[in-house]
Design a protein around this ligand. Structure first.
Ligand code: M6R
Length: 605
């Protein structure tokens, strides 16, 4: 949460910072600001509430002659959305931006008598005040001392008025990447802001002080030892982080799914069998597991729910799915024979990261399914299976979800094979079905007219229900989340058989119910459940593979899905549910890519 950018170099910093903030805005969009260190050693700050576009307007009135500055987009934690609470925060000689949360900020105010120095309600300003108090002439000494007093997570970029052309940075948990280019040095929360300037970058190591000058970036640990970074190369292009003609990132990302799924599975299939050799994942990881424990948040957790429903009957071992923020406090039953699978697009979700750390302390075997290369969760897991979705910019996760499903399916197939739950022939067929997903999704995306008409109906709704059984129920959870987070329509998912135990009381004339009926073994049961809601006035939108359905006693609108093996309909259903949410939100004229109150990467607990 919160986007950070810093630049020092040969060019004017203002435009670079504003462009960077536009790229990073999906990380937080309550307010935005920049601070520039001018040639006469003054700090010039511009900040405002609202979007980066407002900041750009504000800055256009006053172009500052500076080649060194920092910028920030905020997702509010401490203190409301006000100009004063927006970053950067300046105190004395210090100006800084922050992503994260300082848990002991109040104690610091008391201990160092900082109250009189503060004008905002933020934890961040306390750090600026503390740093200014401790700063004599050596920034490294003051930064070291300051961070030794802090509890919490942080990524800071700091400028001192008497350190011209220099930006200092340090982080704990909250992510930062940096790059040295011909035009200068860059640092940012994520690659999307760096990629126009450099394809080579490094991940800022935790608790190391980074000094950026226009010709150099140095890294030293807290004992003063200098280290060289491990340089990584970006494997996607700036185009991938642009809308490329689509009205929204979300729509673009939905349409990128066939390619993303292909890129995720193709390198891991050899002789029509799953092969994780290039990921250095040994078969032994899957042997003698008495339990699989999947831990994640939000959409990633929903991918875990699908995986549980798919994997448990296959392996005949218990598979649990936990919400990461709950897992941490429920004294989980993990031991050396538990395979703990953490799933995360960003690889930075703090609850998932802390859950992973707990699993490791309990001696679980850990593997993560992560989209962002080199992210904290990827680095701290014993093994990682990267998804290859490319950058996901829309806050609502779409392609990251289906590639997580694809990776979890591969993993399930591998575990089944290694444990003799699948024969080679069965595994071959499974892999064939998985490969076919790409074409099936492509086909489905060629005709979205029917889905758009569903969205028209939903646009006027205040509530909606998503129902299904088995795999369809796990899909319903994601369908409901997608709709509520971007269209603000109250949406809930229910196991279809459970409706009559309470929820059916909420169905009245015209209530939209999105019903999924793709699973053969429960098909007749779910159709009965659908008839029950239809009989009570529900407006039923049915997703099924049965092309012959015309019966208006079952549904008002039928979205036929391509016929595939039951295990694999989840991919097509997911895409339909994403499009329903997308078109509903777009019809309502909402900000599809940046829904209210949310941010892309949740690095606060
Ligand atoms: O980066 P992660 O996959 O760990 O993020 C987890 C959730 O915050 C995320 O899936 C969230 O629920 C989605 N943005 C919703 O669309």
């Amino acid at each position: 949460m919160c986007g950070i950018i810093g630049y020092t170099g040969y060019n004017y910093a203002q435009n670079i910072l504003l462009e960077g903030l536009s790229q990073l805005e999906y990380r937080g969009y309550d307010s935005a600001g920049i601070a520039l260190l001018t040639k006469d050693n003054q700090i010039s700050v511009h900040k405002c509430t609202g979007r980066v576009a407002s900041l750009i307007d504000l800055c256009s009135l006053d172009e500052v002659d500076s080649c060194c500055g920092v910028g920030h987009t905020r997702w509010a934690t401490h203190g409301g959305v006000t100009k004063q609470n927006a970053h950067p925060h300046t105190c004395g000689k210090v100006s800084l931006i922050h992503n994260g949360i300082i848990e002991n900020y109040y104690e610091i105010i008391e201990e160092y008598h900082l109250a009189d120095k503060l004008v905002s309600e933020t934890d961040t300003e306390v750090v600026a005040a503390l740093l200014d108090t401790l700063y004599e002439s050596d920034p490294i000494v003051a930064i070291k001392e300051t961070v030794s007093k802090l509890n919490g997570s942080f990524a800071f970029c700091i400028m001192f008025t008497d350190q011209p052309g220099l930006i200092y940075s340090i982080r704990n948990v909250s992510p930062l990447v940096a790059a040295l280019a011909k035009s200068g040095s860059y640092i940012a929360s994520d690659l999307t802001a760096l990629i126009p300037y450099s394809k080579e970058y490094f991940i800022v190591p935790e608790y190391h002080i980074i000094t950026l000058s226009k010709t150099d970036i140095t890294i030293q640990d807290l004992n003063g030892k200098f280290i060289l970074p491990e340089i990584l190369t970006v494997n996607w292009d700036i185009e991938a982080a642009m809308k490329n003609g689509y009205p929204h990132f979300m729509l673009k990302e939905i349409f990128e799914q066939p390619d993303a799924i292909h890129k995720t599975i193709a390198p891991r299939i050899k002789n029509m069998l799953p092969d994780f050799t290039d990921d250095s994942i040994p078969n032994s990881l899957f042997l003698n597991c008495t339990k699989l424990s999947i831990v994640a948040c939000g959409t990633a957790m929903h991918a875990g729910m699908v995986a549980k429903t798919m994997i448990e009957p296959l392996l005949r071992v218990p598979v649990t799915v936990s919400i990461a923020s709950e897992f941490r406090y429920e004294e989980p039953l993990i031991d050396k024979n538990t395979l703990v699978i953490t799933v995360s697009q960003s690889g930075e979700t703090i609850d998932t990261l802390e859950a992973l750390r707990l699993a490791k302390r309990l001696h679980g075997r850990t593997i993560s399914i992560v989209n962002v290369k080199g992210s904290s969760i990827a680095r701290e897991s014993d093994y990682v299976l990267y998804t290859h979705a490319g950058p996901e910019i829309a806050v609502a996760s779409t392609k990251a979800y289906t590639v997580q499903l694809a990776a979890l399916y591969l993993l399930g197939c591998k575990a089944a094979l290694v444990n003799d739950c699948y024969s080679v022939t069965q595994a071959n067929q499974f892999i064939k079905n998985l490969i076919d997903v790409t074409d099936n999704v492509k086909l489905l995306l060629e005709h979205t007219e029917l889905i758009q008409s569903v969205a028209k109906y939903l646009t006027g709704a205040t509530d909606a229900f998503f129902i299904g059984r088995g795999l369809d129920y796990t899909l319903s959870l994601e369908g409901a989340l997608k709709l509520k987070e971007i269209s603000y329509i109250h949406a809930e998912a229910y196991a279809a058989g459970e409706l009559k135990h309470g929820t059916i009381a909420l169905i009245s004339e015209g209530t939209p119910v999105v019903a999924l009926a793709t699973q053969t073994k429960v098909y007749s049961k779910v159709i009965s459940n659908i008839r029950e809601v239809k009989a009570r006035g529900a407006y039923v939108i049915l997703l099924s593979c049965d092309e012959s359905i015309t019966d208006s006693s079952i549904c008002n609108l039928h979205i036929p899905l391509p016929k595939t093996d039951d295990l694999f309909t989840v991919f097509e259903s997911a895409v339909v549910l994403q499009l329903i949410a997308y078109y509903t939100s777009a019809n309502k004229g909402l900000d599809v890519d940046k829904p209210r109150n949310l941010a892309k990467s949740v690095t606060v607990e």
